[in-house]
Design a protein around this ligand. Structure first.
Ligand SMILES: Cc1cc2nc3c(=O)[nH]c(=O)nc-3n(C[C@H](O)[C@H](O)[C@H](O)COP(=O)(O)OP(=O)(O)OC[C@H]3O[C@@H](n4cnc5c(N)ncnc54)[C@H](O)[C@@H]3O)c2cc1C
Length: 387
């Protein structure tokens, strides 16, 4: 089915909506509408960890996304810094990994880690070593979003802020456009990339199991700059990750949990998270314990959890023809955004995507209730929400 020159309205100018616009703009009439600004909701808060090789994703998703980040590096204001990632392994768990490291990782003992990444670590005495992964890196999420916007606009997309979409317009079971606070806009296809709010915005048309999900992040300026070899990393028992920023600071994030009231959530991080970072995480890296916190943030408007931790990117069969939804990015929306963009393109054009898409289908969930338990990415036995 050729859809060239069809009009596609994309609702939401976060990284998902912008990646969709970039994919479709070269041969479609693409209009992106956001009720706020570009990436102003969750996307600009993202830590920019691109750790696809550690995630429970098909290899094709990881290789496609990574190749897109590499291609985009140097375009617009975007840069992608490739860096190895270390997942620290507590002393008690070392036996699990000495023979075989999961997902293509390499197990190094504590002393091997310290030799491989000199002057990077602080007190690792509680750890027997770490799993080292390549094919990982980081980016500045706002620069990335602005570069997607720039690339989409270069290809002809029109992107509007302060345009709230109030409803979908449907006639005879087919999408005909959207209603906005300023009036109606015709469209052949409408893509909702509005995070967990997609659930409520489309409640009349399709049931979506999605819940708001909050993350915390702080940026610490170390006492002494960390060496360029310092890896990104994570500590699964504390459920935190870290990465170096372009300014040589250390961003520490984590402590994600479901939110019942995103509108009533303060902007700052939870005090318990800040304390944990200062007491337990900062000492793991050289010179960071003596550093100073320079930024604290969470996402009060919230990321979006799904019941199985994977996104929903689908043209649901029970919804009107021409409707595509992107939601449930579950803390991985930036790293998956190239996949999201191409997946939506394939749904709009019927082209075959270079990766499997069955995992994105909404009908994988029999129960569409939003009353599901949180499924953490941190591994088995750790599926509970942190209060
Ligand atoms: C602290 C933190 C750290 C994170 N770290 C990482 C990371 O390291 N790596 C990673 O891959 N992911 C990370 N994430 C997750 C990532 O930020 C999200 O998964 C991703 O930004 C989701 O993008 P999105 O475009 O789907 O949604 P959003 O960015 O939430 O965009 C949705 C847009 O829809 C708009 N909208 C909503 N309703 C309407 C309406 N009615 N009309 C018009 N517009 C509307 C909103 O204004 C918003 O701009 C992190 C998130 C946080 C908060």
């Amino acid at each position: 089915m050729s859809t060239v020159n069809d009009r596609v309205v994309v609702v939401g100018a976060g990284v998902s909506g912008l990646a969709v616009a970039r994919e479709l703009a070269p041969d479609h009439d693409v209009i992106v509408l956001d009720k706020g600004g570009v990436a102003a909701d969750t996307s600009s808060r993202a830590s920019g960890m691109i750790s696809l090789s550690l995630e429970p994703f098909p290899d094709e998703w990881a290789s496609f996304a990574l190749s897109q980040f590499r291609d985009l590096d140097g375009q617009g204001i975007f840069s992608f810094t490739e860096r190895e990632t270390v997942r620290l392994v507590p002393e008690a768990n070392v036996d699990l990994y000495t023979d075989q490291a999961p997902d293509g990782g390499e197990f190094l003992t504590r002393s091997e880690l310290e030799r491989r990444f000199p002057d990077s670590f602080g007190d690792l005495s509680a750890y027997g070593g770490g799993l080292v992964y390549d094919g990982t890196g980081s980016l500045d999420a706002l620069d990335y979003a602005m570069t997607l916007k720039w690339a989409a606009e270069q290809a002809g997309a029109a992107i509007f802020r302060d345009h709230e979409v109030t409803d979908l317009r449907v006639e005879g079971g087919t999408v005909t456009g959207v209603e906005t606070e300023y009036g109606c806009l015709d469209a052949d296809h409408v893509v909702y990339a509005t995070g967990w709010k997609t659930r409520d915005l489309l409640a009349e048309y399709v049931d979506i199991p999605a819940r708001p999900l909050r993350w915390n992040a702080v940026v610490i300026e170390p006492d002494e700059p960390l060496p360029a070899v310092c890896p990104m990393g994570s500590e699964p028992t504390l459920r935190v990750y870290w990465r170096l920023t372009d300014r040589g600071n250390v961003l520490v994030g984590g402590n994600e949990h479901l939110l019942s009231d995103p509108d009533g959530t303060p902007m700052g991080v939870q005090p318990s998270f800040r304390e944990r970072v200062v007491e337990d995480v900062a000492p793991l890296l050289s010179g960071v314990a003596a550093g100073r916190i320079r930024r604290e943030d969470c996402c009060p408007t919230a990321d979006c959890a799904s019941p199985d931790g994977l996104p929903v990117i689908d043209a649901p069969t029970e919804g009107p023809e021409g409707l595509v939804i992107v939601t449930g990015l579950h803390g991985r929306g930036v790293m998956l955004s190239p996949v999201t963009g191409r997946a939506v393109r394939s749904l709009v054009t019927s082209e075959t995507p270079p990766f499997p898409m069955a995992q994105f289908r909404l009908d994988r969930f029999e129960d569409r209730s939003a009353d599901f338990d949180y499924r953490s990415h941190w591994g088995p036995g750790d599926d509970s929400a942190v209060p």
